[in-house]
Design a protein around this ligand. Structure first.
Ligand SMILES: NC(=O)C1=CN([C@@H]2O[C@H](COP(=O)(O)OP(=O)(O)OC[C@H]3O[C@@H](n4cnc5c(N)ncnc54)[C@H](OP(=O)(O)O)[C@@H]3O)[C@@H](O)[C@H]2O)C=CC1
Ligand SMILES: O=C1O[C@H](COP(=O)(O)O)[C@@H](O)[C@H](O)[C@H]1O
Length: 481
């Protein structure tokens, strides 16, 4: 088997792909015959390339999983090719190396503008004979139209069942556990609809700012960078019906139904259902941090790009009618926190009210990062002789690390690379769902331009603008954190 990594000198390769492959090799999950072809345009030897990769990979592998011996055996899998992806010259050499009998995976860790040319060169030079799979990184397009154009172009060379669109959130262990938790436990599965659930919150908060990535990010913003893909995937996994099997088709079909059932956020309701913000200078963990427009690589004094989004989404189907899904994501927030919180409805009648106890709702908190785990907030009796029926909230904790087969939780890219190697598309994004997601986001972006063009400022290190708090508080609820 051949794995060709286009953009092997880039950030994604160094931080994610090569460390993930190292770990997979370490636990003997890579096929024995897997050759890793590193493709980049720099004129260097394989030794120089590997010396550099070693230094970079070392940063992402902790001491207990590093060994020189393991590195040597891993490094022996590598071949380095100098290629400029914008011309077909180097691709002829590739076609001579690839045998139609051996499966080959093409991982495009490049700017998306190269997806089309790379596929064309692969096709024109005869590299696409036999079992050929294409892995694409986000962003796939900037809106529905450009997403379709990318899908059409790559679709000329690869069938849909050979295209692996990466959304690294789907590779996270805790995200997969969401499926297991929902569809492997009767008591959760039967309490998962508008009859039982009051509302759902999805928060993806990051303390990092845009430093160093301004030129990419300013043309994109938080809605396209995070909501269109990662938050939409989380929402789908929370809301979808049980697929009849864990096949890619089964899961994708159910996810796409949810995206289609999302009520549009358009000019008529955008002010009530969406908030966009941008961070101003502030303080984070005791350090002064610049605002978005003061970042070192920011070339302008005025940008209307959002670094924060809060949404109230509604799903118009039987299961979720009337249950708001509050989504929130932002940069320069106080901490790294990705969590899904399911808040249950109050019981029909509080029989403990006479004893002075308030009705406390049950909550299920699914922490995706950090401290991956699930916490069930349950009401329990307070041990007391004076207060006979005093109630307290107790937290039942499922800590994933404690139960891991490995002594670490695998990185998302380990799962995704392994699945692509094994030809399993269930954790990759299908064409329909990504296009439907763009359709929904495009309408919201258009509505913002017309009805709410002004950004809400928030201080770096805070949980976002006041309007983001009001979005949920005006419904008599509040953010979990
Ligand atoms: N970095 C990350 O964590 C994430 C990245 N992504 C996506 O992954 C892709 C890669 O990202 P990232 O690694 O950060 O980007 P980088 O810019 O760090 O890497 C891209 C690589 O592509 C190479 N390249 C560009 N043009 C050519 C060409 N004509 N011929 C040969 N090589 C070329 C660059 O080479 P050179 O070094 O010579 O310029 C560079 O090494 C992007 O689409 C990005 O949006 C998605 C999610 C996360
Ligand atoms: O895709 C992206 O994700 C990261 C956040 O990923 P995580 O795994 O660290 O939660 C985000 O910082 C980046 O802007 C975005 O492009």
């Amino acid at each position: 088997m051949d794995l060709l990594i286009f953009g092997a000198r880039g950030d994604l390769s160094a931080r994610k792909l090569f460390p993930a492959l190292y770990h997979l090799d370490n636990v003997e999950l890579l096929p024995a015959d897997l050759r890793i072809h590193a493709l980049a345009r720099e004129d260097i030897s394989v030794e120089a390339f590997l010396n550099d990769v070693k230094v970079r990979v070392r940063k992402y592998v902790d001491d207990s999983h590093w060994s020189e011996e393991q590195w040597t055996s891993y490094a022996a899998r590598f071949v380095y090719h100098r290629i400029d992806f914008s011309t077909s010259d180097g691709f002829v050499t590739l076609s001579e190396l690839l045998s139609p009998e051996n499966p080959a995976l093409f991982y495009l860790a490049t700017p998306p503008s190269l997806f089309g040319p790379i596929c064309e060169h692969l096709g024109a030079t005869g590299c696409l004979k036999g079992d050929r799979r294409l892995l694409l990184e986000k962003p796939i397009g900037h809106d529905l139209e450009s997403c379709r154009a990318v899908n059409d172009t790559v679709g000329e060379f690869f069938e849909e069942d050979s295209i692996y669109r990466v959304d690294h959130y789907l590779g996270k262990e805790t995200v997969q556990n969401l499926l297991v938790m929902r569809f492997g436990n009767r008591f959760i599965n039967t309490q998962w609809d508008q009859g039982c659930v009051d509302h759902v919150q999805i928060t993806v908060a990051e303390p990092i700012g845009i430093e160093g990535r301004w030129s990419y990010y300013d043309g994109v913003g938080q809605l396209r960078d995070m909501v269109q893909n990662h938050l939409m995937q989380l929402l789908c996994l929370v809301a979808m019906e049980p697929p009849n099997s864990m096949t890619a088709e089964g899961i994708r079909d159910e996810k796409v139904k949810i995206v289609r059932a999302l009520r549009p956020i358009n000019e008529s309701n955008v002010r009530d259902h969406a908030v966009r913000g941008q961070y101003a200078a502030g303080w984070l963990r005791g350090e002064a941090v610049p605002g978005y427009l003061e970042e070192e690589d920011c070339p302008t004094e005025d940008s209307q790009t959002e670094t924060y989004v809060a949404l109230k989404a509604l799903i118009d189907n039987w299961r979720w009618a009337g249950v708001p899904f509050y989504l929130r994501t932002g940069k320069r927030m106080p901490e790294k926190l990705t969590e899904i919180v399911i808040t249950y409805k109050a019981l029909p009648h509080n029989i403990f009210a006479e004893a002075g106890s308030e009705d406390v709702p049950n909550r299920l908190v699914i922490r995706l990062q950090p401290n991956e785990g699930i916490e069930m907030q349950m009401v329990s009796k307070q041990h007391s002789l004076r207060n006979k029926m005093g109630l307290v909230t107790k937290h039942l904790n499922l800590d994933f690390l404690g139960s891991a087969e490995l002594d670490r939780i695998p990185d998302a890219y380990e799962r995704l690379l392994l699945d692509a190697i094994n030809g399993d598309q269930s954790l990759f994004v299908g064409r329909e769902e990504i296009e439907e997601s763009w359709r929904w986001c495009d309408e919201l972006i258009d509505a913002w331009q017309v009805r709410a063009p002004t950004l809400q400022r928030y201080q770096a290190g805070s949980w976002g603008p006041t309007k983001g708090e009001l979005l949920i508080e005006k419904d008599g609820r509040s953010w979990h954190v």
